[in-house]
Ligand binder design. Structure first.
Ligand SMILES: Cc1cc2nc3c(=O)[nH]c(=O)nc-3n(C[C@H](O)[C@H](O)[C@H](O)COP(=O)(O)OP(=O)(O)OC[C@H]3O[C@@H](n4cnc5c(N)ncnc54)[C@H](O)[C@@H]3O)c2cc1C
Length: 501
């Protein structure tokens, strides 16, 4: 008989989005086992309370947890997101979209982008993302979820949610506790290590001890376990991504709810606009070497719509990641493990992905290093790919109207991104990387949006009948337009989901 060496106690420290995402995910898998899951959160410290725009994988995650979508949307005051509209990024006055879901359709087994590019070289005036069903809906303020089993020209669209971060943490807390997660409200005042340097136990404010076989650090930027106690360092990526501050302010909703996140570049950074059912989240992300907090506040207040519902809050951050996400018997998730700035709404995704990878690689009590090494390798790839994608938005900008944007043109570019750009620039080919969160369609949209177009198209597509391709693409645009016209508005769809109509 093999000795049962499985984890019997897991302690999660931190009750922000990362903590409750981790707790919900782990209990989903370990509910029927004898493993106890405890989450400790400090009522004094509170949560960061931002993180309101998401990406489609989160919808799949909520399904995986067994949570009905309608209930989630109602409880977290969510709206739908079909992508991101970028204004003033390439240059002032320019706009482009980063869509969720497909753009066009492969023709003769070749990427749609290549066919579009050939058309473009022959004088076609369409934009690449005109062929995205999500963008077609977003531009017209429409929204509809096409049932999965029906074929339609909008079935390739995907969506995510905008939600209230505070309500999400609360909702997931209720969900996880119903499934058996024990919640302790207290502040961890000390972390003790054993003779092998792993975590032995935690001391709470009232002097009581919490011991566990495995600990998950979700203490946010503090990194109480992974950083303070285990001394795992943090790789600073501000040479690639120099923004380090954000101001956040909620406002009353004004006008229809846009089914997209709006990212507007300004003199020293960029502004977000995220519509929820009950308010709009606004923020300005900047680098304090170029702009004081007071200037940033003035700029944000000049560019919001609707009445402010609270005073602006300054949030400081450093882009980068932990040298190891998992060390000995401690895993870090959320802001304690790293942060890449919110431009592509990837923060909560990284917590979710980290929790899912962890549950797939659940260690035994000996926490063998081969398992943690593999986890760290996979999460390194996640972070590196997302970093490269975000850096692209900055380094490709043609703006020269401020010191901030001039600096962006001289930013360090990670070697992996340099290689990607070099390959792309000749014939629009992209390196294959199954572990990259962003699809080829996402890369094409942002490369084209930022004005990086290859010298030539992939000449192997000359084997396709050009006239036929042009006719297919023209018909696609017409039929997409006709379909979208008939769809409900985003506001009407949200009202219907929430039974408000
Ligand atoms: C400006 C900004 C904008 C962002 N926008 C987005 C976005 O649009 N989309 C997205 O996906 N992500 C976004 N993020 C990232 C997102 O906010 C985080 O990934 C997410 O909120 C997770 O935070 P967290 O749970 O790690 O930390 P926190 O919310 O800070 O939670 C930390 C928890 O640890 C607890 N804690 C700390 N110390 C102790 C202690 N000693 N004892 C006990 N408990 C303790 C606290 O009480 C709290 O419960 C954004 C981040 C920033 C900074």
């Amino acid at each position: 008989m093999v000795e049962d060496n499985s984890l019997k106690k897991i302690a999660i420290v931190g009750g922000g989005t990362a903590g409750w995402v981790a707790a919900s995910c782990i209990v989903r898998v370990l509910e029927q086992t004898d493993c106890e899951i405890t989450l400790i959160e400090s009522p004094e410290i509170g949560i960061i309370g931002v993180g309101e725009a998401t990406i489609p994988s989160l919808v799949d995650f909520i399904y995986f947890l067994g949570i009905p979508e309608k209930e989630f949307i109602q409880e977290t005051r969510s709206t739908f997101k079909l992508g991101i509209k970028f204004s003033n990024w390439r240059h002032i006055g320019h706009e482009y979209w980063h869509q969720f879901g497909v753009v066009g359709t492969d023709i003769d087994h070749k990427p749609f982008y290549q066919h579009w590019l050939k058309n473009k070289f022959h004088g076609d005036e369409s934009e690449f993302t005109d062929f995205s069903p999500s963008v077609a809906m977003a531009k017209k303020g429409k929204f509809y979820i096409q049932p999965k089993d029906t074929r339609s020209n909008i079935s390739g669209s995907e969506y995510a949610w905008h939600f209230d971060a505070g309500l999400v943490a609360k909702f997931l807390a209720g969900h996880a506790q119903k499934r058996g997660v024990r919640r302790i409200e207290s502040t961890v005042s000390n972390v003790s290590l054993n003779e092998s340097g792993a975590i032995q136990n935690l001391t709470l404010q009232d002097g009581s001890l919490v011991d566990a076989d495995f600990f998950i650090d979700c203490t946010g930027q503090r990194g109480l376990l992974i950083g303070d106690a285990l001394n795992v360092g943090y790789q600073d990526w501000s040479n690639y991504l120099p923004v380090n501050r954000a101001l956040a302010i909620p406002t009353e909703n004004e006008g229809p709810l846009n089914p997209y996140t709006h990212s507007i570049a300004h003199e020293h950074g960029w502004q977000w606009r995220i519509p929820l059912q009950h308010r709009t989240g606004n923020g300005y992300v900047y680098c304090n070497d170029f702009c004081s907090d007071e200037e940033a506040q003035q700029l944000l207040l000049n560019n919001i719509r609707g009445k402010p519902l609270a005073a602006p809050r300054v949030l400081k951050f450093q882009t980068g990641k932990r040298n190891k996400f998992w060390h000995k018997n401690c895993l870090s998730l959320g802001l304690s493990s790293g942060f890449l700035e919110p431009l592509e709404s990837t923060g909560i995704y990284l917590s979710m992905k980290g929790a899912l990878n962890f549950i797939q690689m659940l260690p035994n009590r000996d926490c063998d290093e081969a398992t943690s090494n593999e986890y760290n390798r996979l999460m390194d790839i996640e972070y590196d790919c997302i970093r490269d994608f975000i850096v692209l938005h900055y380094c490709a900008s043609q703006r020269e109207d401020s010191d901030f944007w001039n600096m962006c043109q001289n930013l360090a570019i990670p070697e992996s991104l340099q290689m990607k750009l070099a390959l792309f620039k000749s014939q629009g080919r992209l390196m294959k990387n199954e572990l990259d969160l962003f699809s080829q369609g996402s890369w094409y949209a942002v490369l084209e949006g930022m004005g990086i177009r290859p010298a030539d198209y992939d000449r192997t597509i000359d084997a396709s009948n050009f006239e036929k391709v042009k006719s297919i693409t023209n018909k696609w645009l017409v039929s997409l337009d006709e379909t979208v016209k008939k769809l409900p508005s985003h506001d009407a769809y949200v009202e219907q989901v929430c039974d408000l109509a």
